[in-house]
Design a protein around this ligand. Structure first.
Ligand code: CP
Length: 311
């Protein structure tokens, strides 16, 4: 297929063929990353601007590394050091980046819909590094890449359980779109208050019982409680959350022998999972992080190529 999108802002609008094309492209880039010379000339002379108006460790470093491996120049703009603190709007900030000859914007923003909004008004590619509780497309793609590494390219026979704060999680939303489009069976598990009503319409199963939700899973994705997005209390205490939904050392025995444990990070050890579980041989959490580089190289490369075709 030919990739024709200048932007990568959500999984919702992608079809199965497009998702698999990004994953296949990322597989080629991962091979490059395993060579002694890890650099390609694809984006030489281009400038990638990371406009990160919310904190990030993994996504920012991963996008930076991906852009450097493609030989791009990079500029990082953070909320606290930019003129956003003086009241400049997102639109004006982005239009100035375009006027300053930025070739790609990677945006992280606390408002749901911010990346789609910028993509509509910018001539240059916009990639979504996470917008509010809406989507985190490259996280879902790197999760799928990691699932393929463990179970083969066809994800349609897999049972995937996502546990935790579904309500505020952009990672959950992007993964629900992606995994259901690829035919996997998805189960969501968490307190009543953190699993929005009506999600079954997206083709997923909902359970509020951890043992029942994970016993048939091939992979369990644990999510952090996103206190920064909550303006009320959604469960009595972190201790009580852990008592019902934490993947403790003992509860790992509820899993199938070959089941893997995933987490987008940052992890809260002792809340959604125990330290022993995060560091166990079943955990692929750091493989997910490594795979983010290849997936983001694919996103930067494909969107830049599509934008060049439109000029
Ligand atoms: N997974 C993820 O988005 O992590 P960061 O917030 O550190 O980028």
């Amino acid at each position: 297929m030919t990739w024709t999108r200048k932007d990568l802002v959500g999984i919702e609008e992608l079809n199965r063929e497009e998702i698999e094309f990004v994953l296949d492209t990322a597989k080629s880039f991962k091979k490059v990353l395993e060579r002694p010379n890890k650099k390609l000339p694809s984006l030489r002379g281009k400038t990638v601007v990371h406009l990160f108006l919310e904190p990030s460790t993994r996504t920012l470093i991963s996008f930076e590394t991906a852009a450097m491996r493609l030989s791009a120049d990079i500029i990082n703009v953070s909320g606290s050091t930019s003129s956003v603190t003086k009241g400049e709007s997102l639109r004006d900030t982005a239009e100035n980046i375009q006027a300053l000859k930025g070739d790609v914007i990677v945006l992280r923003h606390s408002s749901s819909g911010a990346a789609h909004y910028l993509a509509r008004i910018m001539r240059i590619p916009v990639l979504n590094g996470g917008d509010g509780s809406h989507e985190h497309p490259t996280q879902a793609l790197l999760d799928a890449f990691t699932l393929r590494e463990n179970f083969g390219d066809d994800l349609s026979k897999l049972n995937i359980t996502i546990v935790g704060d579904i309500l505020f999680s952009r990672v959950a939303r992007s993964n629900i779109w992606l995994l259901t489009k690829l035919g996997a069976k998805v189960t969501l598990c968490g307190p009543n208050t953190l699993v929005p009503k009506g999600l079954e319409k997206m083709g997923v199963r909902v359970s509020h019982n951890l043992q029942e939700a994970i016993k048939d899973a091939d992979a369990v994705m644990l999510l952090r409680i996103q206190h920064e997005r909550m303006n009320a209390s959604y469960f009595p205490s972190l201790g009580e959350y852990r008592a019902s939904f934490g993947l403790t050392r003992d509860r790992v025995n509820w899993l199938k022998d070959k089941a893997i444990i995933m987490h987008p990070g940052p992890i809260n050890r002792g809340v959604e999972l125990d330290s022993e579980v995060a560091d166990s041989s079943r955990s692929v959490i750091l493989n997910q992080v490594t795979n983010g580089i290849a997936v983001r190289m694919a996103g930067l490369y494909l969107c830049s190529a599509a934008a060049a075709q439109m000029d």
